[in-house]
Design a protein around this ligand. Structure first.
Ligand SMILES: [Zn+2]
Length: 88
């Protein structure tokens, strides 16, 4: 369940959002994610906007910190030198 402050668990996102989240955290660039998923880069950024809103974050730095806080409960890893940290 989502808590009142908007905290979400990874499994509360849509399958497509989880795909984007996973690739972001593995360090895949926006352009590569778009290519792999057969989508436009603008669509990827649209997914990212929705992901940020659902996660309650406002920057890529906050997003990576949020993901890192879920490393145990949601079994996710974060690649800290992700190109997202400079691209977004
Ligand atoms: Zn979690």
């Amino acid at each position: 369940m989502a808590s009142p402050d908007g905290h979400r668990e990874i499994w509360e996102f849509t399958p497509r959002q989880r795909e984007v989240i996973g690739r972001m955290l593995r360090g895949t660039s926006p352009q590569q994610i778009a290519f792999r998923l057969g989508l436009g880069v603008r669509t990827i950024y649209w997914h990212v906007e929705n992901i940020y809103r659902l996660a309650g974050v406002h920057s890529v730095g906050e997003f990576f910190a949020w993901a890192h806080s879920h490393r145990d409960c949601c079994s996710i890893g974060v690649v800290w030198d992700s190109p997202w940290r400079t691209a977004v």
